[in-house]
Design a protein around this ligand. Structure first.
Ligand code: PLP
Length: 385
């Protein structure tokens, strides 16, 4: 006897990212599809987590996270994000940025509410919106600059729109929203009374001296913004499942309520690890930027030489390559062809768009060891023959 599955997940499909990973494993290829980030985890972070386990910090913590971590986050927010928040009432430590995002949607929006996403988007944002019975709405930001236009933003707001999602630096485009664009969001969000949910998981990965601007630090956005940040990328601990949401008191309280129901708390001992990590010296964060900038340059130079025109990212660790001038019928065909010919896996741009814009793009991840990237670049030169 088979039971029907929930209507809420009936339209959800396994992401192209996981599918390409499976294809890549089948041919034993180099996987530049998935963003795992395999830089070493800083010793400071590892040791503080191990010490916490040994010291017996192995039981549930408060659902909003341990006090020393919330204190360390508040200090970090002041230092790096120009945000002054109360660690007791405005921070919820969560099970990954993903957990913070899901809890935020459930806590602050109602079924049927519209949520505006900028294309290209991060697939988990779209699918979590669907899973939460919300209506995804889209505004395409046009390559290669992905600039936000105020008139277009106003036109995209519908009568039921209640929230805008910003991802800065963006996965997959690497776009970082500048001050003027955030002022546009401030004006439009104020006028239409929209919640702003800002995913800043790549805040420490930016290039060419460009600095991340937290949306909540601009204009009056702090009042209506949930800033969602994480540790997966900053300390290369994607498997630890730790992130946090920062918001006004009443919003944080609601997010915490849902987070408690879904996850009880974030992993106990690991919270001590990242609390220590936030006190890492500035050189650590600079070193992270330098390492990823070197990797970006290896891959972008290689892609350009291979005729896969890279749209140079400002931040995060992905690059979109334009395949407009090449003879492929769509992005999936291009990605599968490249994998067969060169053994290098990437993600079809269609995974990040509703419309046809994504068919001209491929996404490559450069969070890999330099030697792996160099080998991928060497293989990619050969795809034409
Ligand atoms: N947000 C974005 C934009 C991402 O690219 C990713 C991972 O690739 C995540 C969130 C996942 O974050 P976490 O590991 O904190 O759940």
């Amino acid at each position: 006897m088979s039971f029907p599955i929930s209507k809420r997940i009936a339209n959800l499909q396994q992401s192209d990212i996981r599918q390409m990973t499976r294809h890549c494993e089948r041919v034993g290829g180099i996987n530049l599809g998935q963003g795992l980030g395999d830089l070493p985890t800083p010793a400071l972070v590892r040791e503080a987590a191990i010490n916490a386990i040994v010291a017996g910090h192995n039981t549930y913590t408060p659902s909003e996270g341990i006090a020393p971590l919330r204190q360390a986050i508040a200090e970090k927010l002041l230092r790096d994000n120009v945000l002054s928040v109360d660690p007791e009432q405005q921070i919820v430590v969560s099970s990954g940025t993903t957990g913070a995002f899901a809890a935020t949607l459930t806590a602050l929006l109602n079924p049927g509410d519209g949520v505006l996403l900028f294309e290209p988007y991060y697939g988990y944002h779209l699918n979590t919106i669907r899973l939460s019975a919300l209506e995804p709405q889209f505004l395409t930001l046009t390559a290669p600059q992905f600039m936000l236009d105020e008139t277009a933003l106003r036109a995209a707001v519908r009568p039921n729109t209640r929230a805008i999602i910003i991802c800065t630096p963006s996965n997959p485009s690497g776009k970082m929203f500048d001050h003027n664009e955030l002022l546009i969001i401030d004006r439009v969000a104020r006028e239409y009374k929209l919640l702003v949910i800002s995913d800043e998981i790549y805040e420490y990965i930016s290039y060419d001296g460009r600095r991340h601007i937290s949306p909540a630090s601009v204009g009056e956005l702090a009042k209506r913004t949930v800033s969602i940040m994480g540790f997966s990328k900053t300390f290369s601990i994607t498997g630890w499942r730790l992130g946090y949401a920062v918001a006004e008191k009443s919003l944080a309280k609601a997010i915490n309520l849902v987070h408690d129901l879904l996850y009880i708390c974030a992993p106990s001992a690991l919270q001590y690890g990242v609390a220590a990590g936030l006190a890492a010296p500035p050189e650590y964060f600079q070193g992270l930027r330098d390492a990823y900038q070197r990797k970006r340059d290896i891959l972008c130079t290689g892609l350009a030489e291979a005729g896969l025109a890279p749209l140079i990212p400002q931040g995060a660790y992905y690059v979109l390559a334009n395949i407009d001038k090449l003879d492929f019928s769509n992005a999936k065909q291009a990605a599968l062809f490249l994998l067969e010919k060169t053994g290098v896996a990437c993600i079809p741009g269609s995974a990040f768009y509703q419309g046809s814009e994504g068919e001209r793009l491929l996404r490559f991840c450069f969070a890999k060891e330099d030697a792996v990237l160099q080998e991928a670049v060497r293989r990619l030169q050969k795809w034409r023959g």
